[in-house]
Design a protein around this ligand. Structure first.
Ligand code: ADP
Length: 570
């Protein structure tokens, strides 16, 4: 037996571990999926920010891509001969020259420093006539732009690969140095002054808003800052102020080759994709939680049911052994008494009477036990027949009370009956009601200690007729109350151990009350007695016709009636 208990426990343990493990794995996968979704969403935003920075680079660099196919030696010769760029070359640059991003364009046809030597020629682009015109002097910005381009080109002179190089002087100018690859030397510099306002407001600000716009939708806010001046130049969503908080530096995009004191800061917010992933995670966790609770519930339910069934089987086996023993004992006693009488060994009247009483009592015991067994067998096989007839329950109970009064009081009990007046008729099976009463009163007798008092009550409670049997006996603990109606269940205490029984009486009571579409409940507390209430539905509200014979006080405690045949309950 122990083995089967531990096997069941092991299986329950395995089941619980499996549920916990599977749940853990599922929760882990859900969180991992959630993390991956968030990471993918963030990665996507980072790519968008990268892309944005590249677009700006492209905006600056793209007008000059076509210069690669020109041989700058030819360009230089053409310029030296005619004072203008070759037409194709000029056309290539027209877009850049006319781009409002550049406020002025200068051309210095040599790799010398005009700002050091003002005799060196330098030209400014006249967009109206589409030609370069010589100027006397130029601003410092032009000089610094050319100076920077010269030093950078010179530093890389051994690595010239393309026929031009672009150099930025922060956000102020862009200088394109034209390189004669054949002779490995710079032939001149075209310096384009950057219109900062146009760049910030018309290009960056508008592109930021166009690409990222409403931060709640795009899930990202970008600020373009001049970190040296500590100034915010542009923002993708103007409702978000730049505070310098670390959150706002989640992504930092430097423009190393472009305006290098400018920096693009980005803060990643919870985008709709992340919010959707949060909701889906929450929903999945709820579904998983419910499934796990249901699974746990089912496992524990199965465990408890299996345990109950095992206990029932144990009790049934014990019951069979008991019954066999209890059937044999009275039979043996009756056999011996019968033998003695038939052999003529017992002749005198007193002894004959005592043998007769003995046989009579043993027969009663046998009958009671066989009745109970038959009741159980009938109910179990669904053969229990109920023959209802309209009855006045109070009269029925009173008649039973009168018949058993002497038996109960002879055992030292005070026995009362209380019935309400003018109770309606009820559809009941008379035999079943007697069985119910017998079992309940029999128990009240068996499980009473020194306070020997039993009361039966019949009363109406709304649509129910209630039949109550109360004793002042040992009482029943709250836990045991849940199980006393189970078949073969007996409370494991010293009182029950001392009394005879098989745990069938209350199960029979409950089944018979159920056959009447009623219910039976117990109220009890250990040490202060027990009340069993059997409720049966009222079918007629008509009061019984009052007959002088049956008219009675509300409460009766009958004196013993000598001539009345006395019966044990059951
Ligand atoms: P039994 O044959 O053991 O009396 P029952 O089904 O009638 O079987 O009762 C089940 C158990 O409930 C009993 O073993 C007893 O422990 C408890 N019980 C029943 N009636 C009472 C009562 N009136 N007072 C205290 N305990 C009771």
């Amino acid at each position: 037996m122990k083995r089967s208990i531990s096997t069941r426990n092991i299986f329950l343990g395995i089941g619980l571990i499996a549920v916990v493990t599977l749940t853990g794995m599922n929760v882990y996968s859900l969180f991992e999926l959630h993390e991956t979704t968030i990471e993918a969403a963030e990665e996507n935003k980072r790519n968008q920010i990268d892309e944005f920075a590249n677009q700006l680079r492209y905006r600056f660099a793209s007008p000059f891509f076509g210069l690669r196919r020109f041989d700058m030696k030819t360009v230089e010769n053409h310029y030296l001969k005619k004072g203008t760029f070759p037409e194709k070359f000029h056309r290539q640059l027209t877009d850049a020259f006319n781009d409002p991003l550049f406020s002025d364009v200068y051309w210095s046809p040599h790799d010398l420093d005009h700002c050091m030597d003002s005799t060196l020629p330098i030209y400014r682009y006249d967009s109206e006539n589409a030609e370069f015109k010589a100027v006397e002097s130029v601003s410092d910005i032009v000089c610094e732009g050319i100076g920077l381009a010269r030093s950078r080109s010179r530093a890389l002179s051994s690595e010239y690969v393309h026929s031009y190089r672009t150099s930025f002087d922060t956000h102020r100018s862009l200088t394109v140095s034209l390189i004669n690859l054949r002779e490995n030397r710079v032939v001149g510099h075209i310096t384009l002054l950057i219109d900062r306002d146009y760049l910030v407001n018309q290009i960056i600000q508008s592109q930021l808003q166009e690409t990222f716009g409403n931060a709640e939708q795009s899930g990202v806010v970008l600020w373009l800052r001049d970190w040296m001046a500590g100034e915010v130049l542009a923002v993708s969503d103007t409702t978000y102020a730049y505070t310098g908080h670390s959150d706002q530096h989640q992504v930092r995009q430097r423009y190393t080759d472009l305006p290098d004191n400018w920096i693009l800061n980005a803060q990643l917010l919870d985008s709709p994709a992340i919010a959707a992933s949060d909701t889906s995670l929450f929903r999945n966790l709820i579904v998983l939680g419910t499934a796990v609770i249901a699974l746990f519930g089912a496992l524990i339910f199965m465990y408890i049911t299996a345990k109950r069934e095992r206990e029932l089987a144990q009790r049934q086996a014990g019951f069979l052994a008991n019954v066999t023993h209890e059937l044999k004992t009275p039979l043996a006693a009756m056999q011996a008494a019968g033998e003695n009488i038939s052999d003529g060994r017992v002749a005198d009247g007193e002894r004959l009477k005592s043998y007769g009483t003995h046989i009579y009592n043993e027969t009663i015991r046998l009958r009671k036990m066989i009745d109970k067994l038959l009741d159980v067998a009938r109910i179990d096989s669904g053969q229990s027949i109920i023959q209802k007839s309209p009855q006045h329950l109070d009269q029925l109970v009173e008649s039973w009370f009168r018949n058993h009064y002497n038996y109960v009081t002879s055992r030292g009990f005070k026995f009362h009956l209380n019935t309400e007046d003018r109770l309606p008729t009820t559809m009941v099976d008379v035999d079943h009601i007697e069985t119910i009463l017998s079992n309940l009163v029999d128990n009240a007798i068996k499980y009473s200690g020194i306070k020997k008092e039993i009361a039966i009550e019949v009363a109406r409670n709304g649509k129910w007729m209630e039949l109550r049997v109360t004793d002042r006996g040992v009482g029943i603990s709250h836990t045991a109350q849940k199980r006393i109606f189970d078949k073969f269940y007996r409370i494991e205490d010293s009182m029950t151990a001392r009394t005879k029984g098989h745990g069938l009486g209350l199960s029979i009571v409950r089944d018979l009350v159920h056959l009447h579409e009623g219910d039976v409940v117990v109220e009890s507390s250990p040490g202060s007695g027990t009340t069993f209430t059997a409720r049966i539905p009222v079918v007629s509200t008509a009061a019984p016709a009052e007959s002088p014979a049956m008219s009675k006080p509300e409460s009766i405690a009958l004196p013993a009636k000598k001539k009345q045949p006395q019966a044990e309950p059951g």
